[in-house]
Design a protein around this ligand. Structure first.
Ligand SMILES: [Zn+2]
Length: 263
């Protein structure tokens, strides 16, 4: 599933290429992806003026004032491509003016959502998430650590209503960065150190255009690079010390731990 760095990479890529371009044509072959159904047809003739992110959610505003919240969920891919032959998993195509490339939304599992925000509602009404993990202030973060002091580190990091953006990949890598077992309760960690670790790992992910461990691709259809730098997540041996990685279930998710580097 795309996490904060993957979504950030997609958003910054789209910002560079398709802002303010008139949407000539909208084709939707899986109406259930949009809410309300049929709502995306109103985008024809409009253009995107702002594309940003909160956690793993993409926020879009159009010139006419329409707003959209897009969530890629498990397997959603949002990219621009030229001379591309869409397969049966491409469900939304936007044709943009003066641009050879079209915007494609491809989603094998079809869990993604394109939510149109009604005029009297806010983005926040459709974003079920706490403060963005890269926007949280040290003060806010300390308060969160106090409030959720008893939670295991990984549970704390994965809960999107506490902090938005960290998923399984970056939670495991953050615990590795800290050199602690992800079962460690939050109150055993210094909030400053924890925030520094979260920020460092997410920023490294962004710098490397995200981790293509499953379906994720960037806005140009390329693979990211962070999968090549992972220390523990889905690794056989620890990248740093070579010790075989231990896999356990935590918060219902497969969790990767180096028994030597993480005490
Ligand atoms: Zn190790």
């Amino acid at each position: 599933m795309p996490e904060l760095p993957e979504v950030e990479t997609i958003v910054s890529g789209l910002n560079k290429t398709c802002l303010c371009r008139k949407i000539k044509k909208v084709r939707v072959s899986c109406p259930a992806l949009a809410s309300p159904r049929g709502g995306l047809s109103a985008l024809a003739g409009d253009s995107f003026v702002s594309i940003s992110r909160h956690g793993k959610y993409i926020k879009i505003t159009t010139r006419r004032g329409a707003r959209l919240v897009v969530h890629l969920r498990m397997t959603g891919q949002l990219f621009l491509a030229e001379n591309y032959q869409p397969d049966k998993h491409v469900h939304i195509i936007l044709e943009l003016a003066n641009m050879a490339a079209k915007m494609y939304y491809r989603d094998i599992r079809k869990f993604g959502r394109w939510q149109i925000v009604p005029p009297r509602k806010n983005f926040a009404d459709y974003i079920n998430a706490g403060t963005d993990a890269l926007a949280v202030t040290p003060r806010e973060f300390r308060a969160l650590c106090r409030r959720y002091a008893d939670k295991a580190l990984k549970v704390f990091l994965l809960d999107q209503t506490i902090l938005a953006g960290v998923g399984n990949i970056y939670a495991d890598e953050t615990a590795f960065y800290l050199g602690v077992d992800p079962h460690t309760p939050v109150n055993r960690l210094a909030p400053e150190k924890l925030l520094k670790a979260v920020t460092a790992v997410l920023r490294l992910g962004i710098k490397n255009k995200g981790a293509s461990v499953s379906d994720y691709i960037t806005s140009t259809g390329a693979r990211g690079n962070f999968q090549n730098l992972l220390n523990v997540y889905k690794q056989k041996n620890c990248r740093r010390c070579g010790t075989p990685i231990r896999r356990v279930k935590l918060a219902g998710r497969t969790t990767h731990i180096c028994p030597k580097c993480q005490k």
